[in-house]
Design a protein around this ligand. Structure first.
Ligand SMILES: NC(=O)c1ccc[n+]([C@@H]2O[C@H](COP(=O)([O-])OP(=O)(O)OC[C@H]3O[C@@H](n4cnc5c(N)ncnc54)[C@H](O)[C@@H]3O)[C@@H](O)[C@H]2O)c1
Length: 311
């Protein structure tokens, strides 16, 4: 039997893929989720093989129960939306800083060996300089980005003052099957895929030349598993997880048209508050410290997603 592990937010998009990979490697998997943005459906295929705790990580009793007898924690729970955080920063903070602090405290109390925190490339904001390296000063532009960054600082602080090892994996625009296309805050690829399958043109905020390091979910799962296995302490440091390549939204629409056999032209509107113009990961630290090499490049990820999500 592998290690006992906890996935917070395990009923969400990335969390549920992590659960699958951890089960495949023989780990005993516990999930804690309050189903605020996640869904039981994402775990329906493996409910019999995991222990599922329904509750809010921000509740101290839930956090303690979730961490009991666990060696490694993959902290995915959050409300992951820039526009939602602009509209309602307080719920972002509750699911972010408040819940993360409760979790860290519970991890320290229960002797967890390491926490892998789902940090975000949004921490870099629009500061000049591409690709983004972890040595660059952060410049959050939305309450969401500020919240993700604040949690990084707590992870680092707990590594230093409570002996809880941790690592902040800064995800760059993750996409893949099970990403919710139906929320008003859906991520761009899930939303565009759904619309374009229905023959509808996607709508782009801005001129479509903004770029992202779109990263297929297999890569971020891989990075998390590598981080769990690193031998020495990681001391709460930030590590980028992306592909190290960027595509514009116009290129994304072209790739989706290719994968779906459609020829839809996007509509355009004004840019959206809080969105950054360009994003690209420098993944050298991930390569050096974790041995991380992306497994699925963007075009292949789009093909796999289109094939995995029939209408
Ligand atoms: N998807 C991306 O591109 C991306 C990029 C950077 C960082 N991240 C981070 O990765 C993590 C996972 O993102 P996702 O895209 O899978 O989102 P998701 O919304 O699919 O998953 C989040 C999960 O956390 C749960 N949750 C939220 N608050 C909770 C709480 N207080 N207690 C218990 N459960 C709670 C939700 O119900 C959901 O199942 C998030 O922390 C997000 O900030 C995601």
């Amino acid at each position: 039997m592998g290690n006992a592990v906890l996935v917070t937010g395990g009923a969400g998009f990335i969390g549920s893929h992590l659960v699958d990979a951890l089960l495949a490697q023989g780990h005993a998997v516990r999930v804690v989720d309050n189903f605020s943005t996640g869904s039981r459906d994402n775990l329906a295929h493996c409910l019999a093989r995991i222990s599922l705790l329904e509750g809010d990580v921000g509740d101290p009793d839930i956090a303690l129960a979730a961490c009991r007898d666990v060696e490694y924690v993959f902290h995915q729970a959050a409300i992951p939306s820039v526009p939602r955080s602009v509209k309602d920063p307080f719920s972002t903070q509750r699911a972010g800083e408040i819940a993360t602090l409760r979790l860290l405290d519970a991890c320290a109390a229960q002797g967890v060996k390491r926490i892998m925190y789902a940090a975000s490339s949004s921490a870099y904001g629009d500061a000049p300089g591409l690709p983004r390296a972890e040595t660059m000063p952060p410049a959050p532009m939305s309450p969401y980005a500020a919240s993700k960054l604040a949690c990084e600082y707590y992870v680092r602080a707990y590594a230093h003052c409570r002996g809880l090892d941790g690592v902040c994996l800064r995800y760059f625009n993750i996409f893949g099957p099970r990403q919710d296309p139906d929320s008003p805050y859906s991520a761009v690829i899930a939303l565009f895929l759904k619309l374009m399958r229905q023959g509808q043109a996607p709508h782009i905020h801005g001129d479509g030349e903004q770029t992202r390091d779109f990263t297929y979910v297999v890569n971020v799962v891989h990075a998390n598993l590598l981080a769990m296995r690193v031998r020495g302490p990681l001391n709460g440091q930030a590590i980028n997880v992306g592909c190290g390549e960027r595509s514009s939204l116009n290129a994304l629409v072209a790739a989706l048209n290719d994968a779906l056999g459609t020829s839809l032209t996007p509509t355009y509107g004004p840019p959206r508050a809080g969105d950054v113009a360009h994003s690209l990961a420098d993944i050298s630290r991930a390569r050096e410290l974790l041995g991380y090499v992306p497994r699925v490049p963007f075009p292949e990820g789009i093909r796999r997603l289109a094939a995995a999500c029939p209408i």
